[in-house]
Design a binder for this molecule. Sequence first.
Ligand code: XMP
Length: 517
Amino acid sequence: MSTPRPVLVVDFGAQYAQLIARRVREAKVYSEIVPHSMPVAEMLAKDPAAIILSGGPSSVYEPGAPQVDAKLFDAGVPVLGICYGFQAMAQALGGTVAHTGQREFGGTTLAVRPGASVLLHDLPAELSVWMSHGDCVTGAPAGFAVTAGSPGAPVAAFEDVAGRRAGVQFHPEVAHTAHGQAMLTRFLYDIAGIEPTWTMGNIIDDQVAAIREKVGDKEVICALSGGVDSAVAAALVHKAVGDQLTCVFVDHGLLRAGEAEQVEQDYVAATGIKLKVVDAAGRFLAALDGVTDPEAKRKIIGREFIRVFEAAAREVAAAGDVEFLVQGTLYPDVVESGGGTGTANIKSHHNVGGLPEDLKFALVEPLRTLFKDEVRQLGLSLGLPEAMVWRHPFPGPGLAIRIIGAVSAERLAVLRAADLIARTELTAAGLDRDVWQFPVVLLADVRSVGVQGDGRTYGHPVVLRPVSSEDAMTADWSRLPYDLIARISTRITNEVPEVNRVVLDVTSKPPGTIEWE
Ligand code: XMP
């Protein structure tokens, strides 16, 4: 595969490595994250175009703090040290790092020294930057010019342009640092001399070539969930091998209004993909009958999904030589699972084990190097429907875990109607992209008294759960405008007769989870 030479982001254990890798890619340069424990020889074997040392523990003097092997600086590869990486770099190259007792956390004013800095070229003399450090560099290594300072860090930036090395005490990758992206691009383009060639067009060309080479003339199968990852992965594979790909869409009857049609009609129209639809709604409903425990629901849905998909896969396999299964694994999954290669089991978005032994496939994972925002751009470049590309994350077990209580066709219809109103109004307010997810939850076993028209009602509440998040690990409740919430509430109680009360969930995660079940 012709992936370009990577910029390696060495992860020292803080949460910044992924952000740095994304920012590098925003500069149209391919990046990969590697653990700091990777031996230097292994890093160099990747033929990196540059190496960025990320933030990490607050002190290089902390017991067990990871060190930087000085050999890394002998290879002639351009290096940028950030925060902890800056201190570790200073120390490894013979500079001095001191416990000054002066800690800086948060926004700090950086004073750029007049003179010839490449990294800070043409930026204002004073900049607001994001700091997070206890120790600081007090003496730059020989050959480095000090280019900026801050109240708590006399040496807040240094560079050795001839040696293609630079470092900063602050975090250029975070939005709170003014001109941070400009500094990163100056390192990449002007110090490391890298060309910005990591573009959507090139990503598609590279992946198409790689998929063709891997798949050859064999058949490929893919399970579509309605979500963006599987949709984009399948579209990419289809672009590479056309009708050698068959997609299977198991309609479990637990999707939201219009979503099954989006897959069966809009997606097929946009891509020309060969799609096998299995309408399994009745089977899932029967299996879920009377089940109230959320984990039991998840297990049943996972089990049924595997059974239905397996049967469909056998039918497809009977018609041809199916060797490959497409999965929409993304780069954050790869990084978080330690970069392992994965096995030929169906993705655990249904939280289940794998396919039976005799139905194992080799995996095609064309999104393994991509972040979510890149997958969305790729989807748009491949001409997928906007509604699908921008769809909010949605759980594999679908509306079944948004009905508190047993699932039934009637309850699903009630929740679908309420959910559609909430989604429609959010979209009309232009706020889709400000919200990470907007679950609507039906408290099917709860009733409360209301008054509608002239009569007393005894209906169900629905909960609105709009959240803001970066990665679903933590979340905060979204401060949606009150008039929007009022519109949603009025419409739901007017248009969905079974619902007589709408409540707003104002719990962050933790302690609450995003989903109610
Ligand atoms: P929680 O509720 O744990 O959700 O805060 C975190 C993210 O995961 C999604 N989610 C699920 N996804 N199967 C899935 O495929 C599940 O059983 C499941 N439960 C939660 C949730 O929508 C959110 O994005």
